[in-house]
Ligand binder design. Structure first.
Ligand code: PLP
Length: 386
């Protein structure tokens, strides 16, 4: 071998002899082929062998198997972002002329995608309240193929009563798709309550450290395989490094969620007593409209608290700018506490009247409570509300 050939080919390790205790980063775009791989390929079993990282990757597979197990699904798929997860699901089950029932109480990016499907692909869309099963059923037509709701909505924390629509959906062959990002699989498993498919922005609690973007889809083997086929055609691949970070983070999800749950409850109780605050929404507060449902169904209320600062959006902005530990940022679900306002982030595209109609009043603030010492977070919030 000459210089260049040596540089490229010397040193490849026979992996069958390496036994790491964790799944390492398989930072490779492809794998050596063999007769076994070709055979699997022609039999439609591409996901059972290693061909090409868009199709499958061992680091990604580790995260997928963990997420499937934690959500109680048969299989899972990890993709590049929460939006890629939702797009892959909607494009698998909806054809032009089909109808879906969803809610205005969704992450703004999800509403944007649904709007595009409506305009560009003639998908028909009706909106219903996530906690009125009769309204969802009434909004359905003979063309309805899919229900899509968040298990706890962004930012007003409205629950989706999946059990109220599951029998109807089964009878009609309607797929129930639930975005479980806010609650995480630690607090709630929609598949155990009648959902067919769960999606996540794994960028949030599953990743948990604000250092990766990823999305996940969980469901039966058949559903995940169909969605995988759409995903392979579209190509929104999660990088092996992001998959490694995700797999690593999932190992502490239970520890982080315990702390998110208890810190957020304490923050919600503190805010409710604060003279600078008009109202607070948090699932385990006595004032929460669906507290009984939350207590019965959720292991914890999650890390998100939404509240209204007295004095409107200007006062809300002043509050955020005075915080010293809590950072003003758009995302959520990380170990650090973050704060943002829907009016200039997730719901900026709506007019003040449209926001008010949804219940997003002026001064509404969304606090993603991290896993710090809660005393420090509360005194920071207190001085900033001061
Ligand atoms: N679903 C919810 C509830 C979200 O809050 C977000 C992002 O904020 C998404 C989906 C989209 O996820 P991603 O940003 O990973 O594409």
């Amino acid at each position: 071998m000459r210089f260049a050939t040596k540089a490229i080919h010397v040193g490849d390790q026979p992996l069958e002899k390496v036994k790491p205790v964790i799944t390492p980063i398989f930072q490779t775009s492809n794998y050596s082929l063999s007769d076994e791989v070709y055979k699997a390929f022609t039999q439609g079993k591409e996901r059972e062998v290693w061909i090409y990282t868009r199709h499958n990757n061992p680091t990604r597979r580790a995260a997928e198997e963990k997420i499937a197990a934690l959500e109680g699904g048969e299989d899972a798929l990890v993709v590049a972002s929460g939006m890629a997860a939702l797009a892959s699901v909607l494009l698998t089950y909806l054809r032009p002329g089909d109808h879906m029932v969803t809610s205005q109480h969704l992450y703004g990016g999800s509403l944007n995608l649904i709007k595009k499907l409506k305009e560009n692909f003639s998908i028909k869309v009706s909106f219903a309240s996530p906690n009125h099963p009769e309204g969802i059923i009434d909004a359905s037509t003979s063309q309805t193929r899919l229900f899509f709701f968040e298990s706890l909505s962004n930012p007003l924390l409205k629950p989706f009563f999946v059990e109220g629509v599951k029998d109807f959906a089964r009878r009609r062959g309607i797929k129930i798709v639930v975005d479980n990002t806010f609650l995480s699989p630690y607090n709630f498993n929609p598949l155990n309550h009648g959902a067919d498919i769960v999606i996540h922005s794994a960028t949030k609690y599953l990743g948990g450290h604000s250092d990766l973007l990823a999305g996940a889809v969980v469901g039966s083997q058949e559903d995940v395989h169909r969605i995988w086929e759409t995903y392979v055609a579209l190509g929104p691949v999660a990088d092996p490094l992001a998959c490694f970070l995700l797999d690593r983070s999932l190992k502490t999800l239970h520890l982080r969620m315990e702390r998110h749950n208890s810190n957020a409850l304490q923050a919600a109780e503190f805010l409710e007593e604060h003279p600078g605050v008009e109202w607070v929404i948090y699932p385990f507060l006595p004032s929460y409209r669906h507290r009984e449902y939350a207590k019965e169904n959720f292991r914890g209320g999650g890390g998100m608290v939404t509240f209204k600062v007295k004095g409107g959006d200007e006062a809300g902005l002043r509050f955020m700018r005075r915080l010293k530990i809590v950072k003003e940022a758009a995302s959520l679900g990380g170990v650090e506490s973050l704060v943002s306002m829907p009016f200039n982030t997730s719901h900026y595209a709506l007019s003040p009247e449209e926001r008010a109609e949804l219940g997003i009043e002026e001064g509404a603030v969304r606090l993603s409570v991290g896993v710090e010492d809660i005393e420090d977070i509360l005194s920071d919030v207190d001085q900033a509300l001061g």
